[in-house]
Design a protein around this ligand. Sequence first.
Ligand code: HEM
Length: 494
Amino acid sequence: MFFVLFFSVLLGYLIVRQYQKVSRLPPGPISLPLIGNLPQIIYYLWSTGGIVSTLDLFRKRYGNIFTLWVGPIPHVSIADYETSHEVFVKNAGKYADKFHAPVMRDVRNDIGVLITNGDHWQEMRRFSLQAFRNMGVGKDIMETRIMEELDARCSDIDKLATNGVTITHASEFFDLTVGSIINSILVGKRFEEDTKHEFLKIKETMDASFETFSPFDMTAPVWFLKTFFKHRYDKIWSAQETAKNFAAAEAIKRVESIKSGKYVIDENNLQDYTDAFLLKIQKEGESKDFNIETLKTMIIDLWMTGQETTTTTLISGFNQLLLHPEVMIKAREEILKITENGSRHLSLTDRTSTPYVNAVIGEIQRHASILNVSFWKINKEFTYMGGHPVDAGALVTSQLSALHVNETVFKNPQEFNPERFIRDGKLLQKVIPFGVGKRNCLGESLAKAELYLIFGNLLLRYKFEQHGKLSTTELMPYSAGKRPFKLEMKFVKI
Ligand code: HEM
């Protein structure tokens, strides 16, 4: 009798407390103490077939700002541009701290730029943005690097052609192109015959570990994973370690060469990110933030973020172009006109004169929307967002996947239709694939340059035809990020 009474009182107390907490948050489905909305989330993940469709369903029911309780923690998703801008740009300083998957913090040892907060994150981010700027990201020098890499890959494709036609795995082509660009920016090396197979193998291992990386892995405590899901933990850890050692191997060789006097950093002609980092150490000495271990971690952070994202977008884009050949033809016509019938390559300076190509890339990025679940930021004090109260301790994010399929902003969101951006010139601003605010994408300028130059110049050089199946559905609808599928296509030389 006593226990029944005790548990009834406890339950009553927890329900009242939950009710009070809910009143200090944006609307959402009815939540229970401790387990929150897990039953509804699991049910809708199963019945709608994925994370994005589940988030979209909750947005339609509860509005552009809604709360889902993942266990005892409220997660607030913002699914429109205006509120995202108001929260993360106008109040940027308040949302610099991300919630990091405990397993990734453990793997990264709380260093680097991707999975850190506070002073160390700020130092790493500031330094990297400056180093990228000094290396000409967004300017002519970077265009030259990207075009040299694309030329080399196209020449490989052309060597394999029979009657001007090469059938190839698009993922391998883009992995090598994008991988080489970031690798050469970071450690001054592109992937050639001798290194490309090892690179592709490591990418495959990382892809396999990402594929199993679900929202569960993002939230589960490390001890829990290590005890009950050791296999999952080991897989994530070893994929990250292998990739880090591979990506940073050149930098470590350079450290040795500097020690033995075989390599001297030329301050006036820095070759890459590693030169910039080592120069800082040479001038100021090793510190808590700048040392060889942080260099290795920065290389893997930038290496990882600089590849998967861009390759996934390129593959998703070519898949869309093959599904919509009329879009491909219209984009090519615009590129031919601006480059005087292909007498020169398409350059970044052409961007203002190619509204249709810009619209196509915008529509590709809206569809590709590479994160199924965006990174969560920590709300540290009670505030209002879009007129709703948001309690301290809630996690908030601009939920990009839901935002990009919001039909009140993008009519018929499932349709691939670049014309929507031609009809409404301001709509393109509302596509925010790189996120907003202090933690937005550090490589945005580089990625934009890559997408424009690679899409544009490939369309100028080749016609693309379907070979095998195209994808019309999401490959991994339950993983935290979108995964590219193995697209095969024909490159037909023009
Ligand atoms: C199409 C390509 C890309 C897309 C769509 C993309 C998208 C994103 C998104 C959505 C975020 C999270 C933003 C947030 O939490 O608000 C992010 C973060 C980041 N991106 Fe990218 N990205 C791309 C390419 C790149 C490239 C080429 C690099 C590097 C060279 C890069 C480096 C990073 C880094 C380091 C972060 C974490 C920044 C921080 O936490 O301070 N990204 N990216």
